[in-house]
Design a protein around this ligand. Sequence first.
Ligand SMILES: [Zn+2]
Length: 492
Amino acid sequence: MVSDSPSILTPNDNKPMPISIKEEDDLPNAATTALLPFRTDSSSSDSHPKPATTTVIFISLVISTCIALSAAIAFAFLFFNVSSANSESRNEFSRSLTKLKNPVVLLISSDGFRFGYQFKTDTPNINRLIKNGTEAELGLIPVFPTLTFPNHYSIVTGLYPAYHGIVNNYFVDPENGDFFTMASHEPKWWLGEPLWETVVNHGLKASTYFWPGAEVTKGSWNCPKEYCMFYNSSVPFENRVDSVLKYFDLPSSEIPSFMTLYFEDPDHQGHKVGPDDPLITEAVAGVDKMLGRLISGLEERGVFEDVNIILVGDHGMVGTCDRKLIFLDDLANWIEIPKEWVQSYSPLLAIRPPSGFSPKEVVAKMNEGLKSGNVDNGGYLRVYLKEELPSRLHYSASDRIPPIIGLIEEGFKVEQTRSKRQECGGAHGYDNAFFSMRSIFVAHGPRFARGRKVPSFENVQIYNLVTTILDINGAPNNGSMSFPQSILLPNH
Ligand SMILES: [Zn+2]
């Protein structure tokens, strides 16, 4: 029923009332317009209208009444349909598995898929998932910093970066001076319990076709060869999709309950050209095509309706151009910030002054310079002691986070020294409150209502969503325990 009328439901499902009110407003207006000539005629004519005028008035009255009546009937019909469909989706239960023996979650990441990219071009496959699934209506909110590694690991642990340990794409451990890079696979860096580990702990199988952290052997997860692919960006997307599809050819007990699939696009292009460029449109179409390949493969195997597909991105993208730059060297009149103090510049400015320097004083002097009006674009950078960052960023409770953090306005960049270099491209890593940093959440499968829109939420909620679908107990995390009930269809 619901799937039969998604075009009506799509904009209404989450907020039926405003739509109904709008309809109510529109229809009486239409009726008023129809009645207006009658009233005008009546008021402009004298108290003894001629018979011809009376006939005209009578006919207009009949016509107006008919219009008003049909409008009212149409409205009542629409209202009844919408409200009955809504109450139906609220009372709906999860759909039974037809071929698979156990629930399966396939978590797909399209890196840097900014919310709104889906409107850039024809995306029939993403649209199909949206139309018949559940979508965060205004996108998925990343964690701060809105960078690839911190966010991917938040998605699979339900933890903010301060708690899962991957506080940046690269950082230094202040305890021993060890350097983390995106190629670091030592378990000591990767805190928390990622989904693949939770799943294996419960005696189920997990597979990872790339995901930050998946190659790290940790607890009961030993990155088994046939279920855990070592990251290699040159593997064509088709091969990745086909490999995931092959898991569904295995005997039932061998099919992983939880699978990941990762595409570097459209982040890869976004960095080069920014979010608004034909290259992005092309990349988005390419990702959609891969989803089409996946859907067809699942359909051929008769399992498309059985698999819970969760399509997300890790963050958005914003254009950086027009010399929107702030140079740390420009602060020299207030305080010198040597490059050795700076762990990362942009869009996450992270500074660790050596011992002997008071971070509080450094922050005060930097902000004095930035606010002075004598530093180019100084007003677009605000520097904080990490403990004084807005609490909504959850970015202080880790020694790995340097004591001084700068928040940069959308699209601006911080560099050390002035140079003649000119660049235009894209970046992410900014405050997660920026709409441009949002990504997508589209979920399709037996536990997701069709054509449903839900409000935006932070990606730390996804961990509990997956464990709930798989009916296993998850590790403690920053997601809310009640969140899955607000998104998932209940089981019978
Ligand atoms: Zn990314």
